[in-house]
Design a protein around this ligand. Structure first.
Ligand SMILES: Nc1ncnc2c1ncn2[C@@H]1O[C@H](COP(=O)(O)OP(=O)(O)O)[C@@H](O)[C@H]1O
Ligand SMILES: [Mg+2]
Length: 405
């Protein structure tokens, strides 16, 4: 069972060297097995626990050892534990875990003693411990990676955020958010702002149908909830009708006040919706997030986080570590996603949050995977800043650092 548990975690049983096997045979009874897992057989006295551990722990092929004890033939569990710890003390670098399938009093007794190794009741728990150690080793040994630095339009982002905070808004509009993303070289679909029906039509015609129309507002950031997103608009006629309807509905709902206008976007063909962004953790600060987006974000919670700033190594790991990676690879004839471009999107976002440390929340939802090119394309963005920090860092549009506008 211990071997199964170890192997299930993807670890391998150590290959005991011939020299070690020979040494074990010299004192263990002939019925014992010196192949891994080593079986000292039930009659083993304390001396065999000591000698076996001493022999095996010195073998270079062995990284970690699980010592399993079952109550038998009058050996006292605590005496065996002490003997094992005595040997372990000589090899502080090599992890040894005791699995003592004995009474709970044993563990109570241990808690009052000085111990130099962990003890569990069951082998599966010990294998879990080994697995954590192995993960830690892999983490320590992984290549460091590099934090890339892209050419971006930092001044434009400063300007956008400044004008938002000058109006007392910590939440950027959809348009401002997408503009920020684009200034950092994040691929957005073709888009433009329109503030009346004629502009709407001109944009629609120049982008080419089908198009998407969505509200962009200083007060409302969740657009679908209020009927503010119209997708798959096929013609100028339909666009005019949808625009009129949108304005009417927003007026009815009393949402026309903060409206900046509508964004007309190219309709990106693709049914894989990812999400990427930034959340601020009270302890770790900005955390980069990536995973399955769209309506599944909440339901499936298939997202992964890393501390910003990201290295290229981190970005590659993030993309691979979500379950939706399989969808990105392309199944049943869908186009494989452009992984490198998605990784770059994450790295550019990381640079953005590193340059503007007062960004509190940011998400691109969805980052649509284009069926045509496999690229991740931002069609929606949401950015929120920490007002006081932003004012402190940028000053205010009015020129004062201490104003209250
Ligand atoms: N340009 C676009 N191309 C294709 N689909 C889009 C586009 N814009 C939005 N959508 C679809 O509409 C949904 C909602 O739009 P979105 O802009 O994300 O608004 P919100 O999240 O504020 O409701 C998206 O998740 C996506 O499925
Ligand atoms: Mg959205």
């Amino acid at each position: 069972m211990a071997t199964d548990a170890v192997c299930e975690y993807g670890m391998q049983m150590a290959k005991i060297s011939d020299a070690t096997k020979e040494k074990l045979r010299s004192f263990l009874p002939s019925a014992a097995s010196v192949k891994n897992p080593i079986d000292m057989i039930a009659s083993a006295p304390i001396e065999h626990y000591k000698q076996t551990l001493e022999t095996v722990i010195a073998d270079e092929n062995v990284d970690m050892i699980m010592v399993i004890y079952l109550p038998f033939l009058g050996l006292k569990d605590i005496d065996v534990a002490k003997a094992v710890m005595e040997i372990k003390a000589q090899y502080p670098q090599k992890p040894v875990i005791g699995v003592f399938m004995t009474k709970s009093e044993f563990f109570t007794a241990l808690s009052d003693m000085n111990v130099n190794m962990p003890f569990f009741m069951y082998a599966e728990e010990a294998a879990d411990g080994f697995n954590r150690l192995n993960q830690q080793r892999k983490w320590m040994e992984r290549p460091q990676g590099k934090i890339p630095c892209y050419g971006v339009d930092r001044a434009k982002v400063e300007k956008i955020i400044k004008s938002s905070i000058a109006e007392g808004r910590d939440q950027l509009t959809t348009l401002e958010s997408i503009d920020v993303l684009q200034a950092y070289g994040i691929r957005a679909c073709k888009y433009g702002l329109a503030t009346n029906e004629e502009e709407v039509v001109t944009l629609g015609n120049s982008i080419g149908y089908p198009v998407v129309m969505k509200m962009t507002s200083k007060t409302t950031s969740h657009k679908t909830d209020v009927g503010g997103v119209r997708v798959n608009i096929q013609s100028e006629e339909q666009l005019r009708a949808e625009y009129k309807d949108l304005i009417e509905k927003l007026t009815e709902k009393g949402l026309i006040e903060g409206l900046e206008g509508v964004i007309i976007q190219e309709m990106v063909k693709g049914n894989r919706e990812m999400v990427c962004g930034i959340a601020t953790d009270p302890q770790y600060g900005p955390m980069m997030m990536f995973g399955l987006g769209g309506v599944f974000v909440e339901a499936l919670k298939d997202v992964t986080f890393r501390i910003a700033p990201l290295t290229d190594q981190d970005a590659a790991e993030m993309v691979k570590s979500v379950k939706a990676y399989k969808l990105l690879q392309g199944a049943r004839g869908t186009k494989p996603a452009d992984m490198q471009q998605i990784e770059e999107t994450l790295l550019r976002l990381s640079q953005l949050v590193n340059d503007f440390k007062f960004i509190d929340e940011l998400d691109i939802n969805p980052l649509l995977i284009s069926e045509k090119t496999g690229e991740g394309i931002a069609v929606d963005g949401r950015i929120k800043v920490r007002m006081n920090e932003a004012k402190e860092a940028l000053g205010c549009e009015c020129g004062s650092l201490t104003c209250s506008c």
